[in-house]
Write a protein that binds this ligand. Structure first.
Ligand code: FES
Length: 92
């Protein structure tokens, strides 16, 4: 198991996230209540942009919330990804 640092682009706030943990779960743990819904890739509420870093999607993301063009632009659902290195994420 590895642990990486997630940085929120707008605030500079950082928090740890394990490589077997959803980024959304780590974000909730570190920051208290944030915008989230189903935690399962279906509602689209947790859309963010990966500004920098590697990740792996461990759950399918609803195409109605994240299109192929979105993904090419770094837009993902943070409930569906785990880090594979330090990440910088931004609100969209
Ligand atoms: S919380 Fe619903 S898609 Fe992520």
């Amino acid at each position: 198991m590895a642990e990486y640092t997630i940085t929120v682009y707008e605030t500079g706030k950082q928090f740890p996230c394990r490589d077997d943990q959803a980024v959304l779960k780590a974000m909730i743990h570190a920051q208290g209540p944030i915008r989230h819904g189903c935690c399962g890739g279906g509602c689209g509420v947790c859309r963010m942009k990966i500004v920098k870093g590697r990740y792996e999607a461990f759950k399918p993301m609803s195409a109605s919330h994240v299109s192929e063009a979105d993904r090419a632009d770094g837009i993902i659902l943070v409930c569906c990804i785990q880090p594979r290195g330090d990440l910088v994420v931004a609100r969209v």
